[in-house]
Design a protein around this ligand. Structure first.
Ligand SMILES: [Zn+2]
Length: 393
């Protein structure tokens, strides 16, 4: 199984310049290949990425000698990526490839291409990584996985540099679990609430950053679009967002490892619609990103540790349902953090109640799935897509 760990880099000026140059070469190669592809197609030919790579190799020394200043894998991989983009387009999985713009999703492949069998694509020692043509680059954290390193893609977000390191994990760690089913409700200020009643609160820095986002969003909205101050505020804001994202991802890793280790079956929501709070736009931005990341991590770790993830359908009223008597509180609003059931008078913490309902649903879905073991999808209700069950082998 291939896992990717994205680590922020501590770069010096020389390294940052090289990275920017390599991103430029990769972008140029991609755009050049897309242009060639379109020309060949119009001329009635059948373009493909392998021939385009060969073609570029044959002309680059003469026509684009500056390409030789960076690793040859950068332009080669960019053209391979174009091939993949066209493949996705032909399979109706993606849109027609577009030309790349500077500063948007800048990235390039930084290792030396496919390594010998059993060999690592790059060398990593503790918190540093040895890249071809560049030498040792410092990492902000240690590589989380052990296994064969397959590739390294360097990318930029705001003015930070990251390495996405792909690792092939052959031996899965199997661990004994001691607990059964848990339901998880994700939130903004409280990272997650479990049906056991545990609440996982994010670090203080996270809370402070959220306040700063509000401040700079306001500032940005007061600036004239395109002005110097506007650009400054926008950069500042994207830096804060990047920081929030890093903190959340780091905390999600701790959470998902803990969940996959402790529980046999983990119930999560399809999309967190119930947990939205006052500042809707900000909340949505942060929640969407976190949610996909949470699910992604949880699904591969569940496979790793042999647990099952059950995804609760998005029409299941996990927040509004009283877990004691099944009464549905239609009056519940987004700002209600607590509520009392009109039917059985039980006082609920909104998040804990939701998490318990998710756990109950999961228990039910899990029972059905285990009796129809080969069936991976469990559908329920008319509106709902039901629970998609990802049963780990
Ligand atoms: Zn009740």
């Amino acid at each position: 199984m291939l896992l990717v760990h994205k680590i922020e880099l501590k770069v010096n000026n020389k390294q940052a310049n090289y990275f920017a140059k390599a991103c430029g070469v990769a972008r140029f190669a991609y755009n050049w290949a897309l242009d060639e592809w379109q020309k060949q197609y119009k001329a009635g030919q059948k373009p493909n990425e392998i021939n385009l790579r060969k073609y570029l190799n044959s002309i680059k020394n003469e026509q684009f000698p500056w390409m030789l200043e960076v690793t040859k894998v950068a332009p080669q991989q960019a053209i391979k990526n174009l091939g993949t983009a066209f493949q996705r387009f032909f399979n109706h999985q993606g849109k027609y490839p577009k030309f790349k713009k500077k500063g948007i999703h800048d990235s390039f492949r930084a290792d030396n291409g496919p390594a010998k069998v059993g060999a690592d694509a790059v060398q990593i020692l503790d918190k540093k990584m040895n890249l071809p043509r560049i030498g040792w680059v410092r990492l902000k954290e240690r590589l989380r996985f052990t296994g064969q390193i397959k590739s390294v893609v360097i990318s930029r977000r705001a003015n930070r540099w990251y390495a996405a390191i792909s690792v092939d994990i052959t031996e899965l760690n199997q661990v004994h679990k001691n607990q059964g089913i848990v339901g998880v409700d994700l939130g903004i200020k409280t990272l997650a609430t479990l049906s056991t009643g545990e609440q996982i609160v994010g670090p203080r820095a996270h809370k402070q950053l959220l306040t700063r986002v509000r401040k700079y969003s306001k500032k940005l909205s007061r600036c004239r679009k395109g002005s110097k101050n506007y650009k400054k505020a926008r950069l500042k804001l994207s830096k804060i967002h990047a920081k929030i994202r890093d903190i959340r991802i780091d905390n999600l890793h701790k959470l998902t490892t803990d969940l996959a280790l402790r529980f046999n079956t983990i119930g999560i929501e399809d999309l967190n619609i119930g947990g939205m709070v006052k500042n809707k736009k900000l909340a949505r931005h942060i929640m969407d990103g976190s949610f996909y990341e949470f699910r992604r991590q949880l699904e591969y770790k569940a496979k790793w540790y042999g647990s099952t993830v059950v995804v609760v359908g998005r029409f299941y009223p996990s927040s509004k349902l009283c877990h004691c008597c099944n009464f549905i509180n239609q009056e519940l609003t987004l700002s209600d953090r607590q509520w009392q059931c009109n039917n059985c008078n039980k006082l609920h913490d909104r998040d804990v109640n939701a998490a318990i309902n998710i756990a109950n649903y999961t228990r039910h879905a899990n029972m059905i799935v285990s009796t129809q073991s080969s069936c991976g999808i469990y559908a329920c209700g008319e509106k709902s897509a039901g629970a998609a069950v990802n049963t780990a082998a």
